[in-house]
Design a protein around this ligand. Structure first.
Ligand code: ADE
Ligand code: ZN
Length: 341
Protein backbone atom coordinates (compact mmCIF):
# COMPACT_ATOMS: atom_id res chain seq x y z
CA UNK A 1 0.00 0.00 0.00
CA UNK A 2 1.24 3.47 -0.83
CA UNK A 3 2.39 5.41 2.34
CA UNK A 4 -0.32 8.11 2.38
CA UNK A 5 -3.07 5.54 1.87
CA UNK A 6 -1.54 3.21 4.49
CA UNK A 7 -1.42 6.03 7.07
CA UNK A 8 -5.02 6.93 6.34
CA UNK A 9 -6.19 3.34 6.67
CA UNK A 10 -4.33 2.91 9.97
CA UNK A 11 -5.69 6.18 11.36
CA UNK A 12 -9.25 5.02 10.74
CA UNK A 13 -8.95 1.62 12.43
CA UNK A 14 -10.74 1.53 15.79
CA UNK A 15 -7.86 0.41 18.02
CA UNK A 16 -7.22 -1.05 21.47
CA UNK A 17 -3.94 -0.33 23.25
CA UNK A 18 -3.10 -3.13 25.70
CA UNK A 19 0.57 -2.54 26.42
CA UNK A 20 1.37 0.96 27.55
CA UNK A 21 3.40 2.06 30.56
CA UNK A 22 2.00 5.42 31.55
CA UNK A 23 5.45 6.54 32.77
CA UNK A 24 6.72 5.66 29.30
CA UNK A 25 4.35 8.17 27.71
CA UNK A 26 6.15 11.04 29.48
CA UNK A 27 7.08 13.38 26.63
CA UNK A 28 10.21 15.51 27.24
CA UNK A 29 8.26 18.79 26.89
CA UNK A 30 5.86 17.80 29.67
CA UNK A 31 8.73 16.42 31.74
CA UNK A 32 10.46 19.81 31.66
CA UNK A 33 7.20 21.62 32.46
CA UNK A 34 6.50 19.43 35.50
CA UNK A 35 10.15 19.50 36.63
CA UNK A 36 10.07 23.31 36.55
CA UNK A 37 6.89 23.66 38.55
CA UNK A 38 8.21 21.12 41.11
CA UNK A 39 11.59 22.91 41.31
CA UNK A 40 13.47 19.83 40.21
CA UNK A 41 16.44 20.19 37.91
CA UNK A 42 16.90 17.57 35.22
CA UNK A 43 20.36 16.37 34.25
CA UNK A 44 19.75 17.77 30.73
CA UNK A 45 19.52 21.46 29.93
CA UNK A 46 16.96 21.22 27.13
CA UNK A 47 14.33 19.03 25.53
CA UNK A 48 16.72 18.48 22.60
CA UNK A 49 19.62 17.28 24.76
CA UNK A 50 17.27 14.98 26.67
CA UNK A 51 15.97 13.50 23.42
CA UNK A 52 19.54 12.94 22.25
CA UNK A 53 20.08 10.69 25.28
CA UNK A 54 17.36 8.34 24.04
CA UNK A 55 19.69 5.82 22.44
CA UNK A 56 19.57 2.37 23.94
CA UNK A 57 21.48 -0.85 23.40
CA UNK A 58 19.23 -2.96 25.58
CA UNK A 59 16.29 -2.86 28.01
CA UNK A 60 18.40 -1.90 31.03
CA UNK A 61 19.88 1.19 29.36
CA UNK A 62 16.35 2.36 28.65
CA UNK A 63 15.06 1.59 32.16
CA UNK A 64 17.88 3.61 33.74
CA UNK A 65 16.68 6.76 31.92
CA UNK A 66 12.98 5.94 32.28
CA UNK A 67 13.21 5.72 36.08
CA UNK A 68 15.10 9.04 36.24
CA UNK A 69 12.40 10.77 34.16
CA UNK A 70 9.65 9.46 36.43
CA UNK A 71 11.28 11.13 39.45
CA UNK A 72 9.82 14.53 38.59
CA UNK A 73 6.30 13.18 39.20
CA UNK A 74 5.38 14.23 42.73
CA UNK A 75 1.81 15.49 43.01
CA UNK A 76 -1.56 14.08 42.01
CA UNK A 77 -1.79 16.76 39.35
CA UNK A 78 1.46 15.51 37.77
CA UNK A 79 0.08 11.99 37.37
CA UNK A 80 -3.15 13.44 36.05
CA UNK A 81 -1.37 15.63 33.47
CA UNK A 82 0.81 12.72 32.34
CA UNK A 83 -2.16 10.40 31.88
CA UNK A 84 -4.40 13.00 30.28
CA UNK A 85 -1.73 13.94 27.73
CA UNK A 86 -1.46 10.29 26.70
CA UNK A 87 -5.22 9.77 26.48
CA UNK A 88 -5.74 12.92 24.41
CA UNK A 89 -2.97 11.87 22.05
CA UNK A 90 -4.32 8.38 21.42
CA UNK A 91 -7.91 9.54 21.19
CA UNK A 92 -6.64 11.49 18.17
CA UNK A 93 -5.37 8.18 16.76
CA UNK A 94 -8.78 6.52 17.09
CA UNK A 95 -7.78 4.37 20.07
CA UNK A 96 -11.11 3.53 21.70
CA UNK A 97 -9.98 1.21 24.48
CA UNK A 98 -6.83 1.34 26.63
CA UNK A 99 -5.31 -0.96 29.22
CA UNK A 100 -2.73 1.12 31.03
CA UNK A 101 0.16 -0.08 33.22
CA UNK A 102 1.49 1.97 36.08
CA UNK A 103 4.53 1.17 38.24
CA UNK A 104 3.60 2.10 41.84
CA UNK A 105 7.00 1.16 43.28
CA UNK A 106 8.80 3.66 41.03
CA UNK A 107 7.00 6.31 43.03
CA UNK A 108 6.29 4.81 46.48
CA UNK A 109 9.97 3.85 46.93
CA UNK A 110 10.91 7.56 46.71
CA UNK A 111 8.18 8.64 49.13
CA UNK A 112 5.26 9.47 46.85
CA UNK A 113 2.17 7.81 48.37
CA UNK A 114 0.30 5.15 46.40
CA UNK A 115 -2.89 7.23 46.80
CA UNK A 116 -1.37 10.25 45.06
CA UNK A 117 -0.26 8.17 42.08
CA UNK A 118 -3.48 6.29 41.52
CA UNK A 119 -5.82 9.22 42.12
CA UNK A 120 -4.15 11.30 39.42
CA UNK A 121 -4.16 8.47 36.89
CA UNK A 122 -7.72 7.45 37.69
CA UNK A 123 -9.10 10.97 37.35
CA UNK A 124 -7.68 11.27 33.84
CA UNK A 125 -9.00 7.83 32.83
CA UNK A 126 -12.47 8.74 34.07
CA UNK A 127 -12.34 12.00 32.14
CA UNK A 128 -11.48 10.10 28.93
CA UNK A 129 -14.38 7.80 29.62
CA UNK A 130 -16.86 10.65 29.86
CA UNK A 131 -15.37 13.00 27.23
CA UNK A 132 -14.15 10.49 24.63
CA UNK A 133 -16.39 7.53 25.41
CA UNK A 134 -13.14 5.62 25.82
CA UNK A 135 -13.13 2.43 27.88
CA UNK A 136 -10.17 1.48 30.02
CA UNK A 137 -8.57 -1.02 32.38
CA UNK A 138 -5.87 -0.15 34.88
CA UNK A 139 -2.99 -2.57 35.54
CA UNK A 140 -0.61 -2.25 38.46
CA UNK A 141 2.83 -3.64 37.62
CA UNK A 142 5.29 -5.14 40.07
CA UNK A 143 8.93 -4.26 39.43
CA UNK A 144 10.76 -7.54 38.93
CA UNK A 145 14.24 -6.20 39.77
CA UNK A 146 12.93 -5.69 43.33
CA UNK A 147 12.00 -8.51 45.70
CA UNK A 148 8.68 -10.24 46.18
CA UNK A 149 8.20 -8.63 49.58
CA UNK A 150 8.03 -5.21 47.90
CA UNK A 151 5.42 -6.54 45.49
CA UNK A 152 3.38 -7.82 48.44
CA UNK A 153 3.51 -4.33 50.03
CA UNK A 154 2.26 -2.88 46.76
CA UNK A 155 -0.57 -5.39 46.65
CA UNK A 156 -1.53 -4.36 50.17
CA UNK A 157 -1.43 -0.63 49.27
CA UNK A 158 -3.80 -1.31 46.39
CA UNK A 159 -6.52 -2.81 48.59
CA UNK A 160 -8.50 0.43 49.13
CA UNK A 161 -8.48 0.91 45.32
CA UNK A 162 -9.45 -2.61 44.30
CA UNK A 163 -12.42 -1.30 42.35
CA UNK A 164 -10.18 0.93 40.24
CA UNK A 165 -7.62 -1.73 39.37
CA UNK A 166 -8.31 -4.58 36.99
CA UNK A 167 -5.11 -6.55 37.09
CA UNK A 168 -1.43 -6.83 37.90
CA UNK A 169 1.58 -6.99 35.62
CA UNK A 170 5.28 -7.76 35.91
CA UNK A 171 7.82 -5.46 34.30
CA UNK A 172 11.34 -3.93 34.51
CA UNK A 173 14.65 -5.84 34.09
CA UNK A 174 13.75 -9.26 32.74
CA UNK A 175 17.07 -11.11 32.56
CA UNK A 176 17.87 -12.74 35.90
CA UNK A 177 14.39 -12.01 37.27
CA UNK A 178 12.21 -14.92 36.16
CA UNK A 179 8.45 -15.03 36.72
CA UNK A 180 8.97 -17.77 39.35
CA UNK A 181 10.40 -15.10 41.68
CA UNK A 182 6.85 -13.68 41.96
CA UNK A 183 4.89 -16.90 42.26
CA UNK A 184 3.37 -16.15 45.68
CA UNK A 185 2.39 -12.56 45.02
CA UNK A 186 0.73 -13.49 41.74
CA UNK A 187 -1.25 -16.18 43.54
CA UNK A 188 -2.29 -13.66 46.19
CA UNK A 189 -3.18 -11.10 43.51
CA UNK A 190 -5.42 -13.62 41.73
CA UNK A 191 -7.11 -14.38 45.06
CA UNK A 192 -7.96 -10.68 45.30
CA UNK A 193 -9.71 -10.93 41.94
CA UNK A 194 -7.01 -9.27 39.84
CA UNK A 195 -6.36 -10.43 36.29
CA UNK A 196 -2.74 -11.32 35.52
CA UNK A 197 -0.23 -10.29 32.89
CA UNK A 198 3.55 -10.57 32.78
CA UNK A 199 6.32 -9.34 30.50
CA UNK A 200 8.04 -12.47 29.27
CA UNK A 201 10.30 -13.33 26.37
CA UNK A 202 11.16 -9.70 25.56
CA UNK A 203 14.89 -10.17 26.22
CA UNK A 204 14.46 -13.27 28.37
CA UNK A 205 14.37 -16.88 27.13
CA UNK A 206 11.33 -19.02 26.27
CA UNK A 207 11.55 -20.62 29.74
CA UNK A 208 10.27 -17.33 31.17
CA UNK A 209 7.19 -17.55 28.94
CA UNK A 210 6.59 -21.12 30.12
CA UNK A 211 6.91 -19.95 33.74
CA UNK A 212 4.51 -17.07 33.21
CA UNK A 213 1.94 -19.54 31.87
CA UNK A 214 2.50 -22.56 34.08
CA UNK A 215 3.56 -20.96 37.37
CA UNK A 216 1.94 -17.52 37.37
CA UNK A 217 -1.15 -18.55 35.43
CA UNK A 218 -1.22 -15.33 33.45
CA UNK A 219 -4.13 -14.25 31.27
CA UNK A 220 -1.82 -12.48 28.84
CA UNK A 221 1.86 -12.30 27.88
CA UNK A 222 3.48 -8.93 27.27
CA UNK A 223 5.89 -9.15 24.34
CA UNK A 224 6.55 -12.90 24.06
CA UNK A 225 8.79 -12.31 21.01
CA UNK A 226 10.87 -15.34 21.79
CA UNK A 227 7.99 -17.84 21.67
CA UNK A 228 8.77 -18.79 18.07
CA UNK A 229 11.96 -20.47 19.39
CA UNK A 230 9.77 -23.28 20.75
CA UNK A 231 7.14 -24.99 18.59
CA UNK A 232 5.56 -26.76 21.58
CA UNK A 233 5.10 -23.41 23.30
CA UNK A 234 3.54 -21.97 20.15
CA UNK A 235 0.97 -24.79 20.18
CA UNK A 236 0.16 -24.15 23.86
CA UNK A 237 -0.25 -20.41 23.23
CA UNK A 238 -2.61 -21.15 20.35
CA UNK A 239 -4.64 -23.67 22.38
CA UNK A 240 -4.99 -21.18 25.22
CA UNK A 241 -5.79 -18.33 22.82
CA UNK A 242 -3.18 -16.37 24.79
CA UNK A 243 -2.78 -12.73 23.85
CA UNK A 244 0.76 -11.59 23.02
CA UNK A 245 1.11 -7.81 23.22
CA UNK A 246 3.99 -6.95 20.89
CA UNK A 247 5.61 -3.56 20.64
CA UNK A 248 7.57 -3.29 17.38
CA UNK A 249 9.15 0.17 17.81
CA UNK A 250 10.17 -0.73 21.36
CA UNK A 251 11.75 -3.97 20.10
CA UNK A 252 13.68 -2.03 17.50
CA UNK A 253 14.87 0.71 19.86
CA UNK A 254 15.92 -1.81 22.53
CA UNK A 255 17.73 -4.00 19.96
CA UNK A 256 15.47 -6.97 20.64
CA UNK A 257 15.41 -7.03 16.84
CA UNK A 258 18.07 -5.49 14.61
CA UNK A 259 15.72 -4.22 11.90
CA UNK A 260 11.96 -3.99 11.56
CA UNK A 261 11.99 -6.51 8.71
CA UNK A 262 13.04 -9.11 11.33
CA UNK A 263 9.99 -8.55 13.52
CA UNK A 264 8.23 -11.87 14.28
CA UNK A 265 4.65 -10.54 14.23
CA UNK A 266 3.78 -11.61 10.69
CA UNK A 267 5.02 -15.16 11.35
CA UNK A 268 2.97 -15.14 14.54
CA UNK A 269 -0.18 -14.13 12.67
CA UNK A 270 0.44 -16.80 10.05
CA UNK A 271 0.71 -19.43 12.78
CA UNK A 272 -2.61 -18.29 14.26
CA UNK A 273 -1.19 -16.73 17.43
CA UNK A 274 -3.23 -13.96 19.10
CA UNK A 275 -0.55 -11.36 18.41
CA UNK A 276 -1.28 -7.64 18.75
CA UNK A 277 0.53 -4.32 18.23
CA UNK A 278 1.10 -1.69 20.94
CA UNK A 279 3.44 1.13 21.86
CA UNK A 280 5.03 0.19 25.26
CA UNK A 281 6.79 3.52 26.01
CA UNK A 282 5.86 5.80 23.12
CA UNK A 283 7.66 8.91 24.36
CA UNK A 284 10.95 7.00 24.33
CA UNK A 285 10.61 4.81 21.26
CA UNK A 286 9.44 7.21 18.59
CA UNK A 287 5.79 6.45 18.22
CA UNK A 288 2.31 5.76 19.49
CA UNK A 289 -0.16 3.21 18.11
CA UNK A 290 -0.39 4.58 14.57
CA UNK A 291 3.37 4.78 14.16
CA UNK A 292 3.82 1.24 15.46
CA UNK A 293 1.24 -0.05 12.97
CA UNK A 294 2.74 1.99 10.15
CA UNK A 295 6.39 1.03 10.62
CA UNK A 296 5.49 -2.63 11.02
CA UNK A 297 3.17 -2.66 8.01
CA UNK A 298 5.78 -0.94 5.86
CA UNK A 299 8.66 -3.22 6.81
CA UNK A 300 6.71 -6.48 6.64
CA UNK A 301 4.56 -5.46 3.71
CA UNK A 302 1.39 -6.17 5.68
CA UNK A 303 -1.86 -6.35 3.73
CA UNK A 304 -5.28 -5.03 4.71
CA UNK A 305 -6.24 -8.49 5.97
CA UNK A 306 -3.26 -8.45 8.39
CA UNK A 307 -4.13 -4.99 9.72
CA UNK A 308 -7.69 -6.15 10.22
CA UNK A 309 -6.55 -9.30 12.05
CA UNK A 310 -4.23 -7.27 14.30
CA UNK A 311 -7.02 -4.87 15.23
CA UNK A 312 -9.45 -7.72 15.94
CA UNK A 313 -6.82 -9.58 17.96
CA UNK A 314 -6.32 -6.60 20.24
CA UNK A 315 -10.00 -6.53 21.22
CA UNK A 316 -10.00 -10.32 21.50
CA UNK A 317 -6.98 -10.22 23.83
CA UNK A 318 -8.37 -7.33 25.88
CA UNK A 319 -10.00 -7.65 29.29
CA UNK A 320 -13.32 -6.30 28.03
CA UNK A 321 -16.34 -8.56 28.50
CA UNK A 322 -17.52 -10.71 25.61
CA UNK A 323 -20.35 -8.36 24.56
CA UNK A 324 -17.97 -5.40 24.43
CA UNK A 325 -15.44 -7.45 22.45
CA UNK A 326 -18.11 -8.48 19.95
CA UNK A 327 -19.25 -4.89 19.50
CA UNK A 328 -15.73 -3.57 18.88
CA UNK A 329 -14.83 -6.43 16.55
CA UNK A 330 -17.94 -5.78 14.48
CA UNK A 331 -16.90 -2.09 14.18
CA UNK A 332 -13.45 -3.18 12.96
CA UNK A 333 -15.06 -5.45 10.36
CA UNK A 334 -17.44 -2.71 9.23
CA UNK A 335 -14.51 -0.33 8.88
CA UNK A 336 -12.50 -2.70 6.70
CA UNK A 337 -15.57 -3.56 4.60
CA UNK A 338 -16.11 0.16 4.01
CA UNK A 339 -12.60 0.45 2.55
CA UNK A 340 -13.43 -1.77 -0.39
CA UNK A 341 -16.02 0.67 -1.73
N1 ADE B 1 8.90 -0.91 31.82
C1 ADE B 1 8.60 0.01 30.91
N2 ADE B 1 8.83 -0.46 29.69
C2 ADE B 1 9.26 -1.73 29.82
C3 ADE B 1 9.65 -2.75 28.93
N3 ADE B 1 9.65 -2.58 27.60
N4 ADE B 1 10.06 -3.93 29.43
C4 ADE B 1 10.08 -4.13 30.75
N5 ADE B 1 9.71 -3.20 31.63
C5 ADE B 1 9.31 -2.01 31.18
ZN1 ZN C 1 6.27 -3.10 28.48
Amino acid sequence: MEPTKLKKVIQGIPKAELHLHIEGSFEPELMFEIANRNNISLAYDSVESLKKAYKFNNLQEFLDIYYIGAQVLIHERDFYDLTWAYLKKVHGQNVVHVEVFFDPQTHTDRGVPFDVVIKGIYRALEKAKSEFNMTYKLIMSYLRHLNEEGAFKTLESSMPYKDWIDGVGLDSSELGNPPSKFLNVFKASAEQGYKLAAHAGEEGPVEYIWEAINLLNVDRIDHGNRCLDDEKLVQVLIEKNMGLTLCPLSNLELKVIQKMEDHPILKMLEKGLLATIHSDDPAYFGGYMNENYYETAKALNLKEEHLKQLAINAFEASWLNSDQKKKHISYVKTYFNSLSY
